[in-house]
Design a binder for this molecule. Structure first.
Ligand SMILES: NC(=O)c1ccc[n+]([C@@H]2O[C@H](COP(=O)([O-])OP(=O)(O)OC[C@H]3O[C@@H](n4cnc5c(N)ncnc54)[C@H](O)[C@@H]3O)[C@@H](O)[C@H]2O)c1
Length: 248
């Protein structure tokens, strides 16, 4: 079950944390993984970790907000892996407004960055891989989102939440367009991960039904399912992965 041998995957923002966990998990199931990150050293580190443990991975450093860069990076990954990309996991994303204040205090010059990476980044990556997947009659697109897409908060995440809501809608529509061609598209909406909590981990975990935050392994395991041959009837969905902290 969940055998990805012979498949190739691109994981964006995979130089650390959730993205690295996703890349490791896909490689462990047999996929050859193109490890993207804006920071080349991070992409190389994750790819090196995978190859050191017997998996297949190549670094694929590029900026997901730059469409030409994405197209070039995907073309290079395809050449290096010797096959078109079967699986896209768009994980790269940042809460660029978090910690910068609430919406009313944000200068308009800050509005675009969270949307560029979280929404346009997804459009750029999907556009670079979708035709190949459709022509091959098989593909898996997994988008990483956040509970902030559906649940409002006063923590200075309005732009991030807007961009993640937008990308969830985008993926729903892609799923309808691509389903007849054997390509699925789903979103995983994550709750708070261990890397984001800092010194407050224990306090936050106490309010999560499972009493812990999410880990890269939790995310990787869920992505493996969505990327697998067995998930061919699962498409157009936004799935919460949050330790039970939100149940709708
Ligand atoms: N950490 C959390 O608690 C949490 C909660 C909910 C959702 N998420 C989502 O999960 C995903 C991963 O979060 P994380 O905390 O592991 O992220 P992170 O910030 O730890 O890692 C993101 C990686 O993406 C890379 N990156 C940034 N901009 C890029 C770009 N333009 N092009 C390519 N790579 C780029 C960074 O260099 C970094 O290595 C994001 O989409 C995030 O919105 C995270």
């Amino acid at each position: 079950m969940f055998d990805l041998s012979g498949r190739t995957a691109l994981v964006t923002g995979a130089g650390q944390n959730a993205g690295a966990g996703i890349a490791r998990a896909l490689a462990a199931q047999g996929a050859a993984v193109a490890v993207n990150d804006l920071v080349a050293e991070r992409a190389e580190a994750t790819a090196g970790e995978i190859t050191a443990t017997g998996g297949t991975a190549v670094p694929a450093p590029f900026d997901v907000t730059d469409l030409d860069g994405v197209r070039e990076g995907v073309a290079q990954a395809r050449t290096r892996l010797g096959r078109h990309l079967d699986i896209l996991v768009h994980n790269a994303g940042i809460a660029a407004d978090f910690g910068q204040g609430q919406f009313s205090s944000l200068d308009p010059s800050r509005w675009r960055a969270p949307v560029e990476i979280n929404l346009f980044g997804a459009m750029n990556c999907v556009s670079a891989v979708l035709d190949d997947m459709c022509q091959a009659g098989w593909g898996r697109i997994v988008q990483i989102s956040s509970g902030s897409a559906r649940t409002g908060s006063a923590h200075g995440l309005s732009l991030y939440g807007a961009a993640k809501s937008g990308v969830e809608g985008f993926i729903r529509h892609i799923s309808q367009e691509a389903a007849p061609l054997g390509v699925t598209a789903n979103t995983l909406a994550l709750g708070l991960q261990t890397n984001a909590a800092g010194d407050s981990t224990a306090d936050i975990a106490a309010h999560i039904p499972t009493r812990r935050l999410g880990t890269p392994e939790d995310v990787g395991a869920a992505v493996v399912y969505l990327a697998s041959p067995e998930a061919s009837w699962m498409t157009g969905q936004t799935l919460n992965l949050n330790g039970g902290s939100v149940t709708y």
